[in-house]
Design a protein around this ligand. Structure first.
Ligand SMILES: *[C@@H]1O[C@H](CO)[C@@H](O)[C@H](O)[C@H]1NC(C)=O
Ligand SMILES: *[C@@H]1O[C@H](CO)[C@@H](O)[C@H](O)[C@H]1NC(C)=O
Ligand SMILES: *[C@@H]1O[C@H](CO)[C@@H](O)[C@H](O)[C@H]1NC(C)=O
Ligand SMILES: *[C@@H]1O[C@H](CO)[C@@H](O)[C@H](O)[C@H]1NC(C)=O
Ligand SMILES: *[C@@H]1O[C@H](CO)[C@@H](O)[C@H](O)[C@H]1NC(C)=O
Length: 786
């Protein structure tokens, strides 16, 4: 061996040793599933057992009792209601050793999740409901508890007052946990519980900065207060944000009780905390869990939200979750487990026009909820594009921090492109540089979808093609050496807007990336420009420099759509206490509608074209109809176990999600994944070989929840070029609660497709007794493999 190669080897060895030491020191959080009955009897509690197990992983550790010793990992949370096990930070080798110990089923690596509001910086934009009507005056929902897993709550808001509410339901076992700026008496008969979960967050991020967040259930962000008041806020009049959307603010279930579970902090929402919140919420006795948070789609056995939601659903708790804001592209939907109700976002028939008038007289429509002093009427201001020559290109086109030259921007209206930093922050950047107004233009990926914001200066949002037009105008003017001019005309609140509903641009779309045989999202609900409660500690734009204070704020996102469905679920559960979570979802899906207030198919905001089942699932929720759906497609935990077995999950992975059920041998014989008794039907065909025709079938069971002696007949609207048959075509129910089966056969012809391409077709089957229309989408995807 030459000297140099010896040197090289030594160097390599050193590198390896360092790398190993690094892996050793770099601990990551895992959620550990433990065999519940495996606890040795010498340990008084599971926690003692878990701690002892962790200590045994570090034989070299100094066995003192100081918990912050870097050598011993400690238990972050223990779980016992929706899951059995604990979470802890482990090095790679500790994780490997732990996995081999008896009683340990599996380790799930933690994911960090984010809020599904379009204001969050994670939403890069790349890729009122007055419908309660009949229910409003009713007492429905008054004993139901909605658990909101979110950023906490601002309990003093009028939306959470407890006037004329009865005593706290006796079944309630929750608590009002005190903490910073939040006392145990902050709760009342409306907000009946509040807890916070920060150990997982702090295990990864270190101690939180208490000058910017509260170690308590108090909301320092606003998102949790907003979502909670959408689900179950009381009537508040007058409600508005800086004069916009004046009227009555009311949640979907104004009499339902709320419990806040704070899991989201400045750096995100950590799985170990989210699972602890699910565990506690179910133990506390919530009826509905609302979760406007999500992350990357992974198999259900690695997904703490899916696992927590399964445990909740198994305990009879309805879980609704936001679909995500990754639209308008396909395959963007998240929170897709079939035991979760996945909610996309639509608009309501109200908007906030704020039009741009250009120097050439052209009027371009935009939206805004800017509420400060307006620009002078009948006056035009110099207009510039932030990305024009002379500035530093890309970063200034986006109006990033410090990218604008005050000498250029001073006294002008600035056109900024959407993306990277939050929309409100762009306004702040323009204002700091001396700009007097901002036009925020969508990029091509954002399409034409507009979100109204509470900007800190006069500002409006315009679509991608309008942005292009304004840029062109500025370029032309600069060529002709004439200054480009513009102003923004704020027109307040406009109602009875057509078309509505339409699918919001940002709303995440199918196909379901994890299980294409289950159509997701399930439904859409209002999620664009929604007025709801807002905390005192944060300005309506959400940026720290914004010192304005408002009791209400207008936000957009599937985050805002989800709590509409959570509140609705509470109303349905109150009216039908015996309904399972799947029955509630079925009622919402089979009564959903797909036409807008012009009587035409709902549009996709991003294109202005008709939307599809991949955008809206079964359609937009219809509260009154959902109260009386006629028939429901019910499901039990055992059906979900069969589903997982038919998804070819190993016994261990099925057990990881479902805990007490194990054996797959019966399920696999029983059929295929599409036979889950879901209210929508989705067939996925791969075109192999020369076969001209191929077919599949679905078995479904419907339960009569309408009247006795009702007879339903089927109407089939087959997808184009697809043969759909239903047997039998008539279902005669003698009594309420009776179940009847039917078989749906779907036959497709070979499509001319190039390799790797696919075609989507949709239709429906409708069971009708003359009074109820029970609608199921039928979706066919034909793929040509590569
Ligand atoms: C362990 O904790 C006890 C009681 O808190 C304390 O008296 C003792 O000094 C601690 N031991 C070590 C090694 O830190
Ligand atoms: C906490 O946040 C404040 C406000 O952003 C900041 O000034 C301070 O330096 C932060 N403290 C720590 C310890 O990071
Ligand atoms: C929208 O419709 C137009 C006209 O029918 C069509 O040319 C365009 O491709 C459609 N856009 C999308 C994204 O489907
Ligand atoms: C499960 O495995 C079987 C047999 O290999 C296969 O036919 C089926 O398509 C698989 N199902 C899924 C959902 O992957
Ligand atoms: C499939 O369809 C093509 C064109 O319609 C026809 O020529 C061919 O004979 C068919 N093959 C079979 C197996 O039916």
């Amino acid at each position: 061996m030459s000297k140099s190669s010896l040197f090289f080897c030594t160097l390599l060895l050193i590198v390896i040793v360092f790398a190993l030491a690094d892996a050793e020191l770099l601990r990551k959080t895992f959620i550990i599933r433990v065999e519940r009955d495996a606890k040795p009897s010498i340990f008084p509690t599971h926690k003692h057992w878990y701690e002892s197990t962790l200590r045994s992983l570090s034989p070299t550790a100094i066995h003192d009792n100081s918990s912050d010793s870097a050598d011993v990992s400690t238990v972050i949370h223990t779980y016992d209601t929706v899951f059995h096990g604990f979470s802890a930070k482990l090095s790679t080798s500790e994780a490997q050793r732990l996995e081999t110990l008896s009683g340990i089923v599996a380790l799930i690596p933690e994911q960090v999740r984010h809020l599904h509001t379009t204001r969050s910086p994670e939403f890069l934009g790349l890729k009122t409901s007055d419908s309660a009507g009949l229910l409003k005056d009713s007492d429905f929902g008054s004993d139901l508890v909605i658990g909101v897993i979110d950023t906490g709550i601002w309990p003093e808001r009028k939306s959470f007052n407890d006037r004329e509410l009865g005593p706290v339901p006796t079944k309630w076992k929750g608590q009002c946990v005190a903490g910073e700026k939040f006392s145990a008496t902050s709760c009342n008969r409306k907000l009946i519980g509040a807890r916070y979960f920060s150990d997982g967050y702090e295990a990864t991020n270190g101690k939180m900065n208490k000058t910017i967040e509260f170690r308590s259930p108090r909301d320092s962000d606003g998102h949790g207060t907003h979502t909670a008041s959408i689900a179950a806020g009381r009537y508040v009049f007058p409600a508005s944000t800086l004069g916009y959307a004046r009227g009555v603010a009311a949640g979907m279930a104004p009499k339902a009780r709320l419990a806040a579970y704070k899991v989201c902090w400045n750096a995100g929402c950590y799985d170990s905390d989210i699972l602890a919140a699910f565990d506690m919420a179910v133990a506390d006795g919530v009826d509905v869990i609302s979760l406007s948070v999500g992350g990357v789609v992974v198999p259900y056995y690695l997904d703490a939200i899916a696992i927590g939601a399964f445990g909740a659903s198994d305990a009879g708790v309805f879980v609704s979750a936001s679909a995500g804001n990754g639209g308008p592209g396909g395959l963007t939907v998240t929170n897709v487990a079939p035991w979760v109700t996945t909610v996309g976002a639509g608009n309501i028939d109200r908007d906030f026009p704020a039009d741009v008038k250009l120097g050439n007289g052209k009027i371009i429509s935009g939206v805004s909820v800017y509420g400060g002093p307006a620009l002078a009427p009948h006056k035009l201001y110099p207009l510039i594009y932030a990305g024009s020559e002379g500035s530093d290109g890309y970063s200034s086109s986006l109006c990033l921090e410090g990218s604008l030259d005050p000498n250029i921007v001073q006294g002008k209206i600035v056109l900024c492109d959407r993306g990277i930093n939050s929309r409100a922050v762009k306004g702040e950047v323009v204002k700091k540089a001396g700009g007097i107004g901002m036009i925020l233009a969508n990029g091509v990926f954002d399409g034409e979808g507009l979100v109204a914001d509470c900007h800190v200066l006069p500002a409006t949002s315009v679509g991608a093609s309008a942005g292009e037009e304004i840029r062109k105008y500025i370029t032309e003017m600069s060529k002709s050496k004439t200054p480009a001019m513009a102003t923004i005309m704020f027109k307040g609140t406009r109602v009875n807007v057509q078309p509505a509903p339409l699918v919001a641009s940002f709303s995440a779309r199918g196909p379901n990336p994890e299980t294409p045989e289950i159509l997701k999202p399930d439904v859409i609900a209002p999620g664009l420009n929604i007025l709801a409660g807002w905390p005192d500690g944060v300005g309506p734009s959400g940026i720290p420099s914004d010192k304005r204070r408002t009791e209400f704020n207008i936000l957009s996102g599937t985050s805002m759509a989800c709590p509409h469905v959570s509140g609705l679920a509470a109303l349905l559960k109150a009216a039908h206490p015996e309904w399972s979570p799947a029955a509630i979802r079925s009622a919402l899906m089979t009564t959903a509608y797909t036409v807008d207030n012009r009587g035409e198919t709902m549009l996709d905001e991003s294109t202005g074209n008709s939307s599809t089942v991949m955008d809206y699932g079964a359609g937009h929720v219809h509260p009154q109809k959902a109260m009386d759906p006629g028939l429901i497609y019910d499901l039990s935990s055992y059906d979900y176990v069969d589903f997982l077995c038919n998804s070819n999950y190993t016994t261990k992975n099925v057990q990881l999600v479902t805990r007490k059920y194990k054996d797959c041998s019966g399920a696999k014989r029983a059929g295929h994944i599409g036979n889950l008794n879901y209210p929508s039907l989705s067939a996925v065909f791969q075109q192999y070989g020369k076969k001209n025709k191929t077919s599949t079938h679905f078995i479904r069971t419907v339960t009569n929840v309408g009247e006795s002696n009702s007879v339903y007949e089927v109407t089939i609207n087959p997808p184009k070029g697809v043969v759909v048959t239903v047997q039998p075509e008539r279902l005669a129910f003698r009594r309420v609660g009776q179940k009847l089966n039917f078989l749906v056969r779907v036959q497709v012809r070979k499509e001319k497709l190039s390799a790797g391409n696919s075609v989507l077709k949709s239709g429906s089957i409708v069971w009708s007794d003359g009074k109820h229309d029970v609608i199921s989408p039928v979706v066919v995807t034909i793929q040509q493999p590569l």
